[in-house]
Design a protein around this ligand. Structure first.
Ligand code: CP
Length: 324
């Protein structure tokens, strides 16, 4: 069984294959009938121990568009609240015949544990674990950047070579930042992370990116600027930055956006703290791809499920038969 646990596990060819397959899936989404029979008879379980809007719904839509059966499990309202362990929850899923388990968990490493424990025989997809990784978010972000910065058809088979991507904000708590830095580096982009010194992780020197504390300096040299949510739920209240101070130094407003090159895009994985890391003016502008990223998430997750459960081996160029 193959799994998707970390963006760092993907080679350039793996990543480009997923992005190209996602383009094929997006073409299916443009048809009047959006469904493919590819995963008929297979079961995908969404196992969510942490809240989610976008990721859970888009994995559900992706699995259904590939004709898989979907079981949605939320820890809230389940026997997890009675103290049931990850192992016993996993054994229950195995008994139900899951072919893929999409897991979001507050503990970094939980998807890896599930994939390597021997408790289940399913493919495991990491849908966000603690502050560790969120690889399908990075893939849908790369898909969005490739479309916008390289071109929808012109981009097929290509990576993000030389594109300058800036990731801004609460890097310390961000699994989105960790997965994006890894994947964007693999795809040849030049990545800069910008954050207040208190929200830069220890060990960032070993990441394949530059670090800056000056947003205004970096903006004119960016092809895409990805704003991160300030994750108050993972912070000690004593360390909360004030909204005013944070947005003054690290928030993206209309004046700052005007410093970006004309072709450059603003990204946000959601959910957004409007008024904190991004103003409503920027979030609702034509340059902000937040809603497009959500739509692209369905095609990207279709590609991931297809390649894990029904597709050919990575690094073999393929067009999903049903999408031809
Ligand atoms: N971007 C993202 O992971 O959003 P959700 O937490 O709503 O899934």
């Amino acid at each position: 069984k193959r799994h998707l646990i970390s963006a760092a596990d993907l080679t350039r060819d793996d990543a480009v294959l997923i992005l190209d397959t996602a383009e094929e899936m997006a073409r299916v989404a443009d048809r009047p009938i959006k469904k493919l029979p590819t995963l008929r008879g297979l079961t995908v379980v969404n196992l969510f121990f942490e809240d989610s809007t976008r990721t859970r719904i888009s994995f559900e839509a992706a699995a259904k568009r590939l004709s898989a059966d979907v079981i949605n499990f939320s820890a809230k309202g389940s026997s997890v609240s009675k103290g049931e362990s990850l192992k016993d929850t996993a054994l229950t899923l195995e008994a139900m015949g899951a072919d893929a388990v999409v897991i979001r968990h507050h503990a970094s490493g939980a998807p890896y544990r599930l994939a390597t424990s021997g408790w289940i025989d399913s493919a495991v997809v990491n849908a966000g674990d603690g502050t560790h990784e969120h690889p399908t978010q990075a893939l849908l972000d790369a898909f969005t950047m490739r479309r916008r910065l390289v071109g929808r058809d012109a981009g097929l088979g290509k990576d993000l070579n030389g594109r300058r991507i800036t990731i801004v904000g609460d890097v310390l708590h961000s699994r989105v930042a960790r997965s994006n830095v890894q994947l964007l580096h693999t795809l040849g982009a030049q990545v800069t992370v910008v954050a207040p010194p208190t929200l830069v992780p220890i060990g960032v020197e070993s990441w394949p990116c530059e670090v800056s504390y000056n947003l205004d300096e970096v903006l004119p040299k960016s092809d895409a600027v990805m704003m991160l949510r300030v994750q108050r739920e993972r912070m000690n209240a004593a360390f909360f930055p004030t909204e005013r101070e944070y947005s003054r130094r690290y928030g993206l407003n209309g004046d700052r956006m005007a410093k970006m090159p004309e072709h450059a895009i603003v990204m946000h994985p959601g959910p957004m703290n409007r008024g904190m890391e991004i103003t409503a003016e920027v979030a609702d502008s034509d340059r902000c791809t937040a809603v497009e990223q959500v739509a692209n998430g369905v095609s990207t997750r279709m590609a991931v499920l297809y390649l894990l459960l029904g597709g050919s081996e990575p690094a073999v160029t393929t067009t999903p038969a049903a999408a031809r």
